[in-house]
Design a binder for this molecule. Sequence first.
Ligand code: F6R
Length: 363
Amino acid sequence: QKSGFKHFMLKEIFEEPMCLVSVMTGRIKNGKVHFEELEGLKERLKNINFVKVVACGTSYHAALSFKYFLENLSDVNVDAEISSEFRYKRQHLKPNDVVIAISQSGETADTLESVRLAKRQGATVVAITNVVGSTLSRESDFTLYLNAGPEISVAATKSYVSQITLLYLLALKIMEIKGIWDEKHEGLIDRLLRMPEIFEKFLDQVDNIHQIAAKYKDFKHFMYIGRGYGYPTALEGALKLKEISYIHATAYPAGELKHGPIAMLGPDFPVFAVAPNDFLFSKTKSNIIECRSRKARIVLLTNEGNEEAFELADDVIFVSNSIDELYPILMTPAIQLFAYYVADELGLDPDKPRNLAKSVTVE
Ligand code: F6R
């Protein structure tokens, strides 16, 4: 049931505040993260300095956000890999290694094969999935559920927000177990708890995003750029746009522009810049200026209070002001809604994109 929404995709984006509540429920107590599901893994996590993550598509982008988060805040090295690549490469896993497999459906063939391969090498597998009793959960050693409720639209939306949030909680748990814990971590927990409310507020501005999206529906190409925490969001933004609107969209770390992609830009090739006013903003800003000098139109996704926004961009989408690490969560509904409204303006059904299935059970 679409409950009055035009499409499941829109309904599911509007369920995100609720999903944030569900994924955190029972998992934050007295300012600390609790995962009863992981009791048996605690000892192993104490000395962990490497984690492998495997996933496909949107789930892989969640894996990348986890990588940036845990690597920036700890000494743990995170190697995120696309399952269909992982499974056909020689692996060097050791019996004490932990592999995290992320799959909304829990049925993605390449991710399942990756899990089997990792287990054959003696690694311990932690599954992150939305589907209770899925093959992934049955074949993994430990399972953390997203509790996001069924996701009907082919394009993953609410499950992605839940995945990043759950992965952040897991990263925080790993840090706590390793004895890395200070006011920074307390602040992150505090802000995560306030996230559902911030999302509700953000969703009040859908009309603004709709209006902006309508202006860009006739372009044939789009370039998404971002740095640091903004990069996985740029990748996900481009994936959402291409899969439901069929507009060619590509994503690059902003620093890569000069190494080739900037050659494509021009008045017919707009740029969607994921650029909160974080520690890398001045760098991304220079890249945006370079794009503008090629006459590319700019849609800027940034945070409230960024006074340079309108100088830099043709159109601006603001999210709440936050701390650097949390922008991947905060910015997600913006990229999803932008893609949704472009598709809807084009008269396409974003719930059923051509050539795509909700679960990719064949390789
Ligand atoms: C994009 C999308 C896909 C999935 C991918 C993996 O919107 O939904 O890219 O993320 O097929 O699916 P799961 O997470 O079920 O393994």
